[in-house]
Design a protein around this ligand. Structure first.
Ligand code: PHE
Length: 350
């Protein structure tokens, strides 16, 4: 029996020397320790021995079993380490001590213009609101005096989701929620509602140098007693003169939007020629920038505000448009291109 044990040990050593993979090793484990393995066989053979013999041999076989199992475990660890080393050696070399690329990153031009507008409006007492990009039909249209099947819905080619919600086609979609949020403070404490809400908007547009399906607007509303168009003009003129760092002339033309009455298109004096007329403004001296108007009574009502007592203005500034004007971006698609070469040229000139 002793010979058998010595033979097994030698055999195991020889077997282990040959193997290369963890799978080979598993086969060896089964061949020795498995149900039909050689060590298990040895144990089975013990039943024909006398008690004393069995005791002596049993001890030896158990020792052998532990030894074999330890050897196999050690070999398994060795194999795994070798496999890992091979994997690491196969990896491309890089030097962790190399200095990082120290070129500074930059903000997106729209972020820059948005932050600038925010800080200007903040100094004029407006709060800045955040709103979701997925909204309900009610928020985007019905609460804004655009009932179902109203032709005004065609003005905005909207992306509808399967669950009936939609990607907001304009920042006006947040108006209703803002009125509801602040109406109590307005009615009970006499605090005017003054809020701006910048946001990404989506319309199913064919894209070209002037059109994108994804763009940014910044909505602004002010509601209080006796708010008039003069207030609207004052805030717009102050904000735009700050953004462009020069005195900007504005004019209002009539414009139709179901959620304002009266509604306007606000134009600014051409930034290139100052109003004399040039190719950029098609020789009119004016650039169209911001639809606006006095909030429609139905819209105030939907927000829980009595239109007999309160009035307000709303504007929908095209942030993307403003950024293009401010930085002289000729193709709107550059803004969504993700091209660092284009976008890193803009810096905060504060
Ligand atoms: N939401 C309108 C649009 O995107 C713009 C607008 C906002 C008009 C506020 C008037 C008042 O077309």
């Amino acid at each position: 029996m002793d010979e058998k044990i010595t033979g097994l040990k030698a055999q195991l050593e020889a077997d282990l020397a040959k193997i290369e993979t963890a799978a080979d090793l598993e086969n060896i484990r089964v061949a020795y320790l498995g149900k039909k393995g050689s060590i298990t066989d040895l144990m089975k053979g013990m039943k024909d021995l006398s008690n004393d013999e069995r005791k002596a041999l049993g001890q030896k076989v158990n020792e052998l079993k532990t030894e074999v199992s330890d050897t196999i475990t050690a070999k398994m660890e060795e194999l795994k380490r070798k496999e890992l080393e091979a994997e690491i050696n196969a990896m491309p070399e890089f030097d962790v001590a190399l200095p990082v690329n120290m070129d500074r990153g930059s903000y997106h031009p729209i972020t820059l213009v948005q932050r600038q507008c925010e800080s200007i409006f903040r100094t004029m007492g407006f709060t800045i609101e955040d709103y979701s990009e997925i909204v309900t039909d009610y928020e985007c249209f019905e609460a804004l005096n655009i009932p179902k099947h109203h032709p005004a819905r065609d003005m905005q080619d909207t992306y509808y989701l399967e669950n009936g919600q939609l990607l907001k086609s304009h920042t006006s979609a947040a108006q209703n929620a803002i009125y509801k949020k602040y109406k109590d403070a307005l009615i009970n404490e006499g605090k005017p509602i003054k809020a701006i809400f910048p946001g990404r908007c989506f319309r199913n547009e064919a894209t070209d140098a002037c059109h994108e399906n994804t763009f940014f607007q910044m909505e602004g509303v002010m509601v209080d007693k006796d708010i008039s168009i003069s207030n609207l003009i004052f805030f717009m003129k102050t904000m735009l003169s700050e953004v462009f760092r020069k005195d900007i002339k504005v004019r209002l033309r009539p414009g139709f939007f179901p959620f304002v009455e009266p509604g306007f298109e606000l134009d600014i004096s051409c930034l290139i020629c100052g109003g004399d007329g040039c190719p950029s403004c098609k020789h009119s001296g004016w650039l169209e920038l911001c639809p606006c108007g006095m909030i429609h009574p139905e819209v105030l009502k939907a927000g829980g505000i009595d239109p007999e007592e309160y009035t307000g203005f709303a504007f929908g500034l095209g942030l993307t448009r403003l950024a293009m004007m401010k930085y002289g971006v000729k193709d709107i698609r550059d803004l969504n291109s993700g091209s660092l070469k284009v976008l890193s040229q803009f810096t905060d000139d504060e």
